[in-house]
Every structure is written in structure tokens, then in C-alpha cells.
Design a protein around this ligand. Structure first.
Ligand code: PDD
Length: 287
């Protein structure tokens, strides 16, 4: 079966899907995106992702080219047509096509909208979670507005590639004061010796992850103690547990930070039980 994508109003074969060479997303990274999990043929936390998409767009003064209802129909269609049971749906909106010039084009072009979906093997995710992943630490060299989910991800790409070359899955980015901001494509968490969940407050220094938001609610419902505060690399290395969250990984235990094992060097009970219970707290929109 050939894959299908949605590009600017049309459903096209994935292999033939293309945007113009002067799309501002291509030339300037002038666009935003969202990634939602699909699980058991349902889009997870769609409303929260679309709320964040609206916020990212308004921060960049890009006007969404279709209504939320129409976009939801496209997402469901692309997911269904690609027969995704478990996987991801990707939404990208750029400022559109215009002669290359840094200023916003006048009149504003129609923003370019792309939607793709792909399957993921859930067993592989479970196997990774049962093993836990390694992370390395890298300086956070990104711009100051990482709260906007833009396609300008070069520092994230370089940090994650460095992680891969070091035999790790993720890079934890570290600010000038030695505090972890977040992962290259995930939010970062630790569990302290006395059992508190710690994650950095979602100010401008990190992306306010949807998985993070929902997990905070789940943790509260479970009566866990949560501290939204920055933590250092040293504190993370001495923590009882560590994990990362994202739509693409849900809760993924971290068992090594640089060369230091975290806790017993195995996924811990906090991470595994939060992972196991996550979807009970999530919104499910059937595709
Ligand atoms: N990344 N921080 C960064 C820098 C991210 O890129 C992401 C998501 C997150 C977690 O956000 P959420 O829980 O809403 O997925 C945090 C997506 C999955 C990606 O770029 O593929």
C-alpha cells in the first residue's frame, strides 16, 4: 500500500508529495508543527495539541488556513488512509511561499499545510521502555523562544546526533547555570530520593509538552508529590529515577546520564507505572 499525505488542499501519494522551493519553512524555518500519538486508532490529546498549534501560530502571526473541524477531518483521513493503528500524525504549517526576503510577505501568502502519518511498532517502544535509554548532556544552544514549536530544530538535531554517536537515545540540554532544560525532542524528569517528581517549569526555556501536561495531572491524581523546578545534571545523576516524555515516547525511563547509571541502572517503578497509566488520563479521538 502506498502512503498518502495531505499537502495544501490535496491528498497525494507520499512519494510524490512536495512543496515549493521558496516555501518559507524550507528557506527560513518559518513554520510550526505538532506531533500527536496515534494509539489503538485514536489520536491522543488532540485538543491540547491543536491548542498549542494555535498558540505557536499566533506567536508567529501565521493564520491557520483551515478551521479546527476541517483540520481534524484531515488528520483522521490521513491516519485512516495510511492504516495507522499505532503511530504518529505530523502537522506542519509554514508562512507559505514567497520570493525570498526576510520580512513577512505582503500580501500574506496562504500558509502551507502538510499532514503525514506513519505507523510505529508498539512492541519496540515497550521493549525500549523495559530496557530504559541512555542520555548525554549537551549545552543548550537554542534560541530564547523554544516555547514555540517551530520547525527550526537545528540545535536539537545536532544534539540528538551527538547522542546517537555516543550510543545514547536522547540529549539533555543544559543551561548556562548547569540546569537541565529539556531533551532534544522530549521533556526531562527526575524522581528524587524521597519520591518527588521533578520537572522544569514550562516557561520560555522549554516546550510545554502535552505529555508533560497530562502526566502532571496523572501524577496529581495518583497523589504523587510534584515539584516544578529546575534540576542540575548532578542532581539528575544522583536521582532515584529519571525519564523523558513526548508524544513519540510517552514516558521513557532513563537509566544512564553520560557515564553515570541512574539509580539501579534499570527502569524504576515510578516511570513504569506512570507509563502504564498514562493513557487513562489522555483524550482519545477515534480516527
Ligand atoms: N517533540 N520538548 C521538545 C524540544 C520537543 O520537541 C518535544 C516533542 C517535547 C515533548 O512535547 P509533547 O509531549 O507535546 O510531544 C518537549 C516531538 C515529539 C518531535 O519533535 O518529534
Amino acid at each position: 500500500m502506498s502512503r498518502l499525505a495531505y499537502v495544501n488542499g490535496r491528498y497525494v501519494r507520499h512519494a510524490d508529495a512536495a512543496v515549493h522551493i521558496e516555501d518559507r519553512g524550507y528557506q527560513f524555518g518559518d513554520g510550526v508543527y505538532e506531533v500527536c500519538e496515534i494509539r489503538d486508532r485514536a489520536i491522543i490529546d488532540l485538543d491540547l495539541h491543536l491548542d498549542r498549534l494555535d498558540r505557536s501560530l499566533s506567536e508567529l502571526r501565521i493564520v491557520m488556513p483551515m478551521s479546527r473541524a476541517a483540520l481534524t477531518a484531515v488528520l483522521r483521513e490521513v491516519a485512516r488512509e495510511n492504516r495507522v493503528r499505532d503511530g504518529l500524525v505530523y502537522i506542519q504549517v509554514t508562512r507559505g511561499v514567497a520570493r525570498r526576503d526576510h520580512y513577512f510577505p505582503v500580501p500574506a501568502p496562504r500558509p502551507a499545510l502538510v499532514v503525514t502519518a506513519r505507523s510505529l511498532d508498539r512492541r519496540k517502544g515497550e521493549a525500549a521502555a523495559n530496557e530504559g535509554i541512555a542520555v548525554i548532556t549537551r549545552p543548550d544552544e537554542r534560541w530564547a523562544r523554544v516555547d514555540i514549536k517551530t520547525t527550526g530544530l537545528l540545535p536539537n538535531v545536532l544534539a540528538k546526533q551527538a547522542a546517537r554517536e555516543a550510543g545514547a537515545r536522547e540529549a539533555w540540554l543544559v543551561d548556562r547555570d548547569g540546569y537541565v532544560t529539556e531533551g532534544g525532542s522530549t521533556n526531562a524528569w527526575i524522581v528524587t530520593a524521597d519520591g518527588a517528581l521533578v520537572t522544569r517549569p514550562a516557561e520560555r526555556g522549554i516546550l510545554r509538552g502535552i505529555t508533560r501536561t497530562v502526566l502532571l495531572k496523572a501524577a496529581e491524581a495518583a497523589g504523587l508529590r510534584v515539584e516544578e523546578r529546575p534540576f542540575t545534571v548532578a542532581e539528575a545523576k544522583a536521582a532515584r529515577e529519571a525519564f523523558v516524555t513526548a508524544a513519540s515516547t510517552i514516558v521513557m525511563p532513563v537509566v544512564r546520564i553520560d557515564d553515570a547509571p541512574v539509580g539501579a541502572g534499570r527502569p524504576g517503578p515510578f516511570a513504569l507505572s506512570l507509563r502504564g497509566g498514562f493513557h487513562e488520563h489522555a483524550q482519545h479521538t477515534p480516527i
